[in-house]
Write a protein that binds this ligand. Structure first.
Ligand SMILES: Cc1cc2nc3c(=O)[nH]c(=O)nc-3n(C[C@H](O)[C@H](O)[C@H](O)COP(=O)(O)O)c2cc1C
Length: 311
């Protein structure tokens, strides 16, 4: 997930039970120039394998070149993005805009599959608009050129994040192809994810927004998948302790200047669901640096812990 799933986050959350993590999407054009920030995004060193690197672009040859680069940099899987609806991506015909031209999708998939000696997967939306649902066609072509799995976020590009993901379409896709299908969209509860898996018959599910600030969703779902009773989500104080750990790890790995703005976003995800959460979020937004922010979160954490002891 762009701007979110950097290396640190993926390393922190994987032990909660994720089978596979995917990098932020990376522009194939940018990879051609070896831009330092782009190279950081594809850095998979030290992460538990398998790892997947996601690419976006519209030119089959540039995508093939980029695939070779990310493979050399450690990717076990190259994932192609046909899903991003952001205008900065679609105005260059990348991401979900590729779905407006299924021949081009096929050319990109073929070129990438031929370029690398590892599995290639595709992540897509249903189509550009409701009138143009091309997901089955694209998945069939994916299968024909040697793509090894497809993930479907069951919204159209035009929908952005409005409405809800239509899992009926995911079930249709599962019946239409033989390669593994991964279902995605609006899974924010472990029991719901199990139900969606059962109903649609998918081989796996992809978790997105709901995991941010709540990696315990992953362990709960993993338990259910293994036929075990999940642990309840930890109390607020334990969640805040983990947020502090996340913060310190980010500062250690990225330096304060780069960690602070990223962690503002993540703290927004962690600081939810307990009495005083919104006041704490406001206080955190007014802090100047990492130590001050951590001290403010520490103070609330200690208060919640002592309240729990009294209770
Ligand atoms: C901030 C943000 C960044 C995202 N970046 C990517 C991305 O780089 N690649 C991708 O395939 N999907 C990306 N997505 C889409 C998610 O992977 C996922 O398909 C979508 O959020 C629906 O799943 P969810 O309801 O579980 O979040 C992003 C979503 C958000 C909210």
């Amino acid at each position: 997930m762009s701007g979110v799933t950097n290396r640190t986050l993926r390393a922190l959350y994987k032990p909660f039970g994720l089978g596979l993590t995917v990098t932020e999407f990376v522009s194939s054009n940018a990879l051609q120039y070896g831009n330092r920030r782009t190279m950081e995004m594809i850095d998979q060193h030290g992460l538990e394998h398998p790892v997947s690197t996601q690419l976006w672009g519209n030119d089959p040859q540039i995508m093939a070149y980029a695939a070779k680069v990310v493979r050399e940099c450690g990717a076990d899987i190259v994932d192609i993005n046909f899903g991003c609806p952001a205008p900065k991506v679609t105005k260059t015909e990348g991401g979900s805009a590729c779905l407006r031209d299924v021949d081009r999708c096929e050319a990109i998939m073929r070129a990438v599959v031929e370029a690398v000696d590892c599995p290639v997967t595709v992540k897509m939306r249903l189509g550009w608009t409701e009138q143009d649902l091309v997901f089955v066609e694209v998945a069939k072509r994916a299968q024909a050129v040697g793509v090894q799995a497809v993930t479907l976020h069951a919204r159209t590009a035009r929908q952005f994040y409005k409405g809800s993901a239509d899992w009926e379409h995911i079930a249709v896709l599962k019946r239409a192809v033989d390669i593994p299908v991964i279902g995605n969209g609006d899974l924010d509860d472990p029991s719901l994810a199990m139900e969606r898996m059962r109903e649609s018959g998918v081989d796996a599910v992809m978790l997105g927004r709901a995991v941010l600030g709540n990696p315990w969703l992953i362990s709960a779902l993993r338990s259910l998948m293994e036929g075990e009773q999940p642990q309840p989500y930890p109390p607020s104080a334990a969640r805040l302790r983990y947020a502090i750990h996340h913060y310190r790890t980010m500062v250690a790995e990225w330096g304060e200047e780069r960690a602070v703005p990223q962690m503002r976003k993540h703290l927004g995800y962690y600081l939810k669901g307990f009495a005083g959460a919104s006041e704490l979020r406001e206080r955190v937004m007014r802090t100047a640096g990492a130590e001050e922010t951590i001290a403010v979160v520490e103070e609330t954490t200690a208060r919640l812990e002592s309240q729990a002891l009294v209770a």
